[in-house]
Design a protein around this ligand. Sequence first.
Ligand code: SAM
Length: 268
Amino acid sequence: MIIKKYKKFFPLKRYGQNFLVNQESIQNIVKIINPKKTQALLEIGPGLGALTQPICEFLDKLIVVEIDPNILLFLKKCIFFYKLQVYCQDAVSFNYRNVLCSKYKYIRIFGNLPYNISTSLILHLFQYIDIIQDMHFMFQKEVAKRLVAMPGEKYYGRLSIISQYYCNIKILLNIPPQYFKPIPKVHSIFVNLTPHTNSPYFVYNINLLTSITKNAFQNRRKILRHSLKKLFSERDLIKLKINPNLRAENISIIQYCQLANQLYKKNK
Ligand code: SAM
C-alpha cells in the first residue's frame, strides 16, 4: 500500500524524503511508541503517513508538523486526515509550546527525521524540555552514536554532552537503508530520548555549558589548557581536579557541568 503511494509521489531530496516502507519496522515502531488516547502526540514530518496512519488508529487527534505543502495535499486525501491537527511549518523553528492546551501538560514527540535537520532539531527541542514527556526519532546511524557516546569514545562530543544533560537516551532499533524508498546512502537507528526526572546534572546557565563545550571541541586534538585558555587558567582547571593536559573527549558531563558552574560563579 505504502509502495503504491510512493509511486504517485515524487520525493524531494532537500526535505530528506526517504519514506519508511517496511511494514515490520513500522509495526515495531508503533508498538514502542505505544500511543494512548489520554496523551498529546506530535509527529514531525508525517510524509506519506507510514507512521501517521497506524498511530492515528490509537488516537482521536494527532498533531503534525510538516514543511512540504505538497505532502499536506497528499495527506488531505487520506482517510485519517480528519484526526490531524496540521501545522505546515519548519519543525526547526516551530514553537512547540503553542500546541499545548489546558488538557495536556506534556507532549510526546516522534518522527522519522530528515537527516539534514536532525541535530539542529534536537537542539531546538531542548528549549521545550519542560513540556516534553518523551521523544522517539529515527536518526542517521552516526547521529544516534553521537547522542549516546561516552567520554573517551570516538563519537563523544558536544551533541552527546548537551543531549545527555537533558535526556536519558536509548538506542532501540537498527534500520537498514533498504527499508526506505528511495533507498538512502546511510543506515538508520531508532532512538528514545526521555527527559531526566531526577537529573544527575545541574548547571546554573546552560549557555555557559554550550560555550565551554564549543571551545573544548573546536579542535579535538588540543589539550584543555590550550582550548579553554580564554575561559579558564590552568589553576582553575586543577582546582576542579581536571587535568589541563587532557583533551575535550576525556572530560565527563559532570566535569563539564562543574566547569560551567565555576564560570558562572566567576562572572557573577
Ligand atoms: N514519516 C514519514 C515516513 O516515515 O515515511 C516521512 C519521513 S521523511 C524521512 C521526512 C519528512 O519530514 C518528510 O515528510 C519531509 O517533507 C519532512 N520535513 C523535512 N524537513 C522538515 C522540516 N524542517 N520541518 C518539518 N518537516 C520536515
